[in-house]
Every structure is written in C-alpha cells, then in structure tokens.
Design a binder for this molecule. Sequence first.
Ligand SMILES: [Zn+2]
Length: 171
Amino acid sequence: MPRVEADMGNADIMTAAPDGEYLAEVSAADYGQSKAKNWMVTLSYLLVDNPKFNGRTVRFDHAVVSGRDKNGKPVSTRTLYERLDACMVPYEHIAQSGGCGATTVGMNRVRKPDTGEIELQCSACNTALKGPVGFNTEDFLAKPVRVLLGHGEPNEETGEVFNTVERVMKR
Ligand SMILES: [Zn+2]
C-alpha cells in the first residue's frame, strides 16, 4: 500500500455559487426513474464565462416526464416543457395524441387574460401543448442557456451547500 500525503489546505467546504443568474450549457441529460417511480429527465449544467465559478457543474434538475404523486394524481410536466423550450430541443407534437404531427423547436408563451397563466403553445400549430411530445434526450447536450440558481439547506453532516436550479432561460 502506498503512503499518501494529502494537502488539507485544499479541504475547503464546497460552497454554493451565490444565488442569481449564470451563463451555462447543458452537460448531461439522463432519463430514468425517481424513487417514487416517476419517469424523468435529469439535467446538469456547466457554468461558463464566469471568472469565479467557471467549470462548476450544477446537477439534479429533475423534469418529470410521466408519473403520479402519492395521492395518485398525475405529476406536472410543466418543468419538462419549460426545459425543452429554454434549451431549444426539437420536439414532435405527436399526431396520434392529438398534436399536429410536426417536429419543431421552441414554444409560444401566451398569457391567458382570464387567469394570467402563461400557456405554452406548439410553435408549429400555435395550439396549447397538452398531450405528450417526443424528443431525444441527447438533443439537450451542450445547449447554451441561462440558469437562475438558488441553494438548498446545508448538509447536516458535511456542512456542504449545493445550488438548486430555480429557472432555465434561453440564451
Ligand atoms: Zn403542433
């Protein structure tokens, strides 16, 4: 067994980047199941063009694709639609599910006058996206975005603080 000398001067606690907006690109897009058995896409972002946090990776941005909560209600897929739009990922508005059948990029954001909600519309047929859309997870990779970061509670045992992804926007 080799004897190892480690420099404890480099053992600083990993601190989160301050809350705010950062330039980033998508560095990973994994499709899998959550502990609650919901299918989701989990995105990671590499911070770029930042003197202090260049090269930092922010992980675990989950976007549910399909699943139900513990009360049996469908889980919102809003985050997934937001990420497809922000990352300019091509998506198919699936015809068998009532869509127009086109493959397009980006979505229209239309504020509904009655509720003030932002409706996301297919940019090919200009109707609200309600049913499923088809896309390839690898089309997320290397897409340039802006991310709005927040942070979670410090880990009770290690004291580390990790960033959370609050919002992803087009660049
Ligand atoms: Zn459409």
